[in-house]
Structure formats: C-alpha cells, structure tokens
Design a protein around this ligand. Structure first.
Ligand code: PLP
Length: 384
C-alpha cells in the first residue's frame, strides 16, 4: 500500500537533494570546522555557505543566523536571551494558540514570576490588534507571536506587530517554523528582532534549527561552552545537518512560487471537494489569510481519532485537532481558543500538503474520505 502523506505540518520528507548534499559530511568530510588545518577549514567553508543560504531565504545577514538543535531550542533561547538581557522588564506577551515550544516556555517563566499576557483569538484564529496594542507596554521584555499557526494555518501580521512593539522599545520574536518556505520573509526590512525556524518542517532532517537574531539586538546564550556560532551557541557544529538545512533553504526559495500556486490549488481542490461531498463540515481557520498547504476541516459529530484510524488503513496520513494522547480527549488548545463548538472540535482533521503532494493523492483522498465520514456517523454516539 502506498503512503499518502498529508501531515507535512508535523514533519516533512527529507528532499533527495538535501540528503545528497549531506552525505559527504557523513563520510570523508568529517573535519571540525573550528580546526586550524585545511581539512577542517574546508568544512568551515561549507558551513559558511549554508549560513548564507539560510540568510538569503530570510532576507537576513549570515552573521544574524545561529544554528541550533531544533525549533524548540530556538524558541527557548529567544526567551532566555530576552529575559536575561533585560532583567528590569517583567512582562511577556504571547498568544493562546502558540505551539507548545512557546506556550510551555511562557508558562515556565510565568511560574518564575513574570506576568504573561496570552492574547485571545476569534473564531477564525485571528488576533485582536486592539487587545495587542492595549497589552503592549514599555516594561514588556518580549513579545512572541507565531508567523502562522501550525494547526489551522492562520497567518499573523507579524511585521506590523513587530513595528508596534519597536515603537515602544519592545523586543519582538516570532516562531516562524510553519511559515518559512511557505510565505516570503524580508527580515532586513522588518522590525522583527528574533525568529525561530526548524529544518524538518522544510524538507531538511529533524534535529536542526535556526535562531535569527537581528544585528544590534543584545544576546545571552542558552548553551555556554566553546565559542562556536560566534559565542552564541556552544557545541561542535552539527555539520551534516547544517549543510542539509542550507540546501533545504536554497530549495525552499526556489519552490516558494510552487507552494503558493500549485500546492495551494491542490489544497483548495481537496478542501472544496470535501466540503461539497460531505454534509455538516466546515473549515477551521482564516481562509483569507492562511498557509497555502494547510486545511483543517471539522466534521460534525464524528471523532477525529476514528477518522484518522480509518484513513490510516487507506494509507492516508493526516492529524487531528484533539489531544487524546494526553488521555483527556480534550480538543486542542487552538480549537478551544477559537471557541469551535464541541460537536465540531472533536471531529477536526488537519490535512497539510507539500511540494511532493500529487493530484492523484488528492483525488484518492477525495474519493475515500466521504465514505469514511458516512460510516463513522452511522455508528456515532453523538446525535446531531
Ligand atoms: C514543529 C514546530 C515547532 C518545534 O520545532 P522542532 O524542531 O520540532 O523542535 C515549533 N513551533 C512550531 C509552530 C512548529 O510547528
């Protein structure tokens, strides 16, 4: 059975070009980029090139790029640095719909005595800009707002929000893990102070990330030790993965247009097809302002986990909006923040596409999902 992978917001396939670029650095090119000899120097040169490619993708400068072990580390490092360099400021602003890599960090600092504002969202997962303006104050150490939501795909006006923060002298960080490669970024012209990204969401391997720190923003490292990454992140560089991320960044820039046209069309075809074929379902999120690859659909009176299990038997990989893994069967924090009614929230399924998604895969999915929902509704304990 063929796998139809529609779960690209969870992780993506490593691009063949990325794997090929990495292989020499898992083989003969094993030098340490910090070494004085040319065997290491050759590797250092390749790391520099990868840094340049990531900077190009972001519209940033290479010296603003810090390689980390993952998106979560980048998020943790951003909070750490912002709070350590501004000990007099005791407030943090974020949203209710961040990834756990931000939410759990914010909650940690809240327990350490910080006052944290979690901005609410409306039924389309949009932020209230007035509430944000109201929350911003000069004693805010950090604003951290995601570029795009991983569950429903809603895109936030982070450039505008960063400018509003800058007007008050407040540092702005964005978790751009889901946006990089899907939406263009020009950090050179923005007021964004720090940005996190993760390799495995853009066709590089799991276990490599980046923290962008704008030139002039004070920085305090989370990991201390050797002087790697200009003294901003200790630990001998994960060279093969850095090279892979550099290649992934180059490819992402080259595929950006495909993502915004072909991938978006496939997503729309899947979404409108499902909405037309299945009664009592609707889209979660802001269809006007959304990642081109993401569709989160709520099927009324069905259990999301049951849908996923039946899709799995057909080889279709998707994910649900409820966190039954925690044993609670609570809908996700994002759907709850949006106020999605119980009968819809429980039957929410996220389909997320990539540059490797084909029309045949979308059509196969379109053919099978309606009967899956019909079958489950027949045996559903809910009554509509
Ligand atoms: C996946 C993801 C992360 C975490 O990245 P890792 O590299 O898996 O640690 C953080 N934020 C968002 C929005 C994500 O989608």
């Amino acid at each position: 059975m063929k796998t139809i992978y529609l779960d690209n917001n969870a992780t993506t396939a490593v691009a063949p070009e990325v794997r090929d670029a990495m292989l020499p650095y898992l083989g003969e090119l094993y030098g340490n980029p910090s070494s004085m000899h040319s065997f290491g120097g050759r590797v250092a040169g390749a790391v520099d090139e990868a840094r340049q490619r990531v900077a190009d993708l972001l519209g940033a400068r290479p010296e603003e790029i810090i390689f980390t072990s993952c998106g979560s580390e980048s998020d943790n490092a951003a909070f750490w640095s912002a709070l350590q360099t501004q000990p007099e400021k005791r407030r943090i602003i974020t949203t209710r719909v961040e990834h756990p890599a931000i939410l759990n960090v914010a909650q940690y600092w809240e327990r350490q005595g910080y006052q944290v504002t979690y901005l609410p969202v409306d039924d389309k997962c949009r932020l209230d800009m007035d509430a944000y303006a109201h929350a911003l104050s000069e004693d805010t150490a950090l604003v951290s707002i995601m570029c795009a939501n991983n569950e429903v795909g809603t895109i936030y006006p982070v450039e505008e929000m960063a400018r509003m923060a800058a007007d008050k002298g407040v540092l702005f960080h964005t978790d751009a893990v889901q946006a990089v490669g899907k939406a263009p970024l020009h950090l050179g012209q923005s007021a964004i102070g720090m940005l996190s990204l993760s390799g495995h969401k853009l066709h590089a391997p799991k276990g490599i990330g980046v923290l962008y720190v704008r030139k002039g923003v004070r920085f305090r490292p989370l990991l201390r030790g050797g002087h790697q990454e200009n003294g901003r992140r200790a630990g001998t560089e994960n060279v093969p993965y850095i090279i892979g991320l550099g290649e992934a960044a180059r490819l992402a820039a080259a595929h950006m247009e495909d993502e915004r046209t072909r991938v978006a069309r496939l997503r729309d075809r899947l979404e409108s097809g499902l909405l037309a074929a299945i009664p009592d379902c609707r889209v979660n999120g802001d269809t006007e302002n959304r990642l081109p690859n993401t569709s989160n659909i709520a099927f009324k009176n069905v259990e999301g986990e049951a849908i996923l299990l039946m899709l799995d038997q057909l080889g279709i990989c998707a994910s649900s909006g409820s966190a039954c893994t925690s044993g609670s069967l609570e809908p996700s924090h994002v759907l709850r923040a949006m106020g999605v009614p119980f009968t819809y929230a429980h039957g929410s399924v996220r389909f997320s596409l990539s540059r490797y998604t084909t029309e045949e895969e979308v059509d196969f999915t379109l053919r099978h999902v309606p009967s899956v929902i019909e079958t489950l509704r027949k045996i559903s304990p809910f009554k509509g």
